[in-house]
Design a protein around this ligand. Structure first.
Ligand code: C5P
Length: 237
């Protein structure tokens, strides 16, 4: 099973992806970390993300093992990530990494879930189920601030808000793979519902998806899940 999740900054794509990965025993790739890893390399080399050749060189050098580095989560790295993400050569290199992950998910898993900005539209247009999360800027800002506090990262709220606006604008307006919902994506507005409710809604949609055969919907243990059974019995004539 392959699941694609997209949405703007701090809308909760990562939380949903982790939840679905646990429910359906899937490998998870946060594709934003790839762009962040490129940004971290560019920053380490004294760059600012505007030079396409430097950014493409950094993209080629990125290894999947770098993605666990906590410093990639920093706000300044995220800002430069959205700058390197406009270069088609960078996207081309990272496209291969993302498709490889989906083609060969980690051993022992039953598939992959990827989250990002262009997963359903460009990276995995044939994904079995696609989600596109939306959420008001205010709500997303509150979530991001909570995240930064929890990590103990110093921040200025007005700056975080401005950064988020600029990043969303850059992600939506770039020529190469802009942030957009795939026409066959389930759009979930997260403005008024919490992460748990988003996950439950998404699980229901996965289980009822015509692309997912019933035998594919299993718990980690391999036993069909209770909810899957419920859906099945409700569907039975
Ligand atoms: O999701 P995250 O905030 O970690 O992503 C950082 C930046 O990487 C985004 O603002 C976006 O510009 C870029 N990105 C992208 N395509 C993806 C994932 C992330 O362009 N699939």
């Amino acid at each position: 099973m392959i699941i694609a999740i997209d949405g703007p900054a701090a809308v909760g794509t990562g939380t949903l992806a982790r939840g679905l990965a646990a429910r359906f025993n899937l490998g998870h790739l946060d594709s934003g970390l790839l762009y962040r890893a490129v940004a971290a390399r560019v920053l380490a080399g004294g760059g600012g993300g505007h030079d396409p050749d430097q950014a493409a060189g950094a993209a080629r050098a990125v290894a999947m093992t770098e993605l666990a580095e906590p410093a990639l989560r920093r706000e300044d790295v995220g800002r430069v990530a959205s700058m390197v993400a406009v270069h088609p050569a960078v996207r081309q290199v990272l496209l291969g990494r993302q498709r490889d992950f989906a083609r060969r998910p980690p051993a022992g898993t039953d598939g992959a879930v990827l989250d990002g900005r262009d997963i359903g539209t460009v990276v995995l247009p044939d994904a079995d189920v696609k989600f596109f999360l939306t959420g008001s800027l205010d709500v997303r800002l509150v979530r991001r601030v909570k995240e930064l506090r929890a990590r103990g990262e110093p921040f200025i709220q007005a700056r975080v808000e401005q950064d988020m606006r600029e990043r969303d604008q850059r992600d939506r307006s770039r020529a190469a793979a802009p942030l957009a919902a795939a026409t066959d994506a389930h759009v979930i507005d997260t403005t008024e519902i919490d992460a748990e409710a988003v996950l439950e809604t998404a699980c229901r949609l996965v289980r009822s998806s015509p692309r997912i055969s019933r035998t594919k919907v299993r718990r980690k243990s391999g036993a069909p899940s209770d909810t899957a059974q419920k859906v099945r019995s409700q569907e039975s004539p």
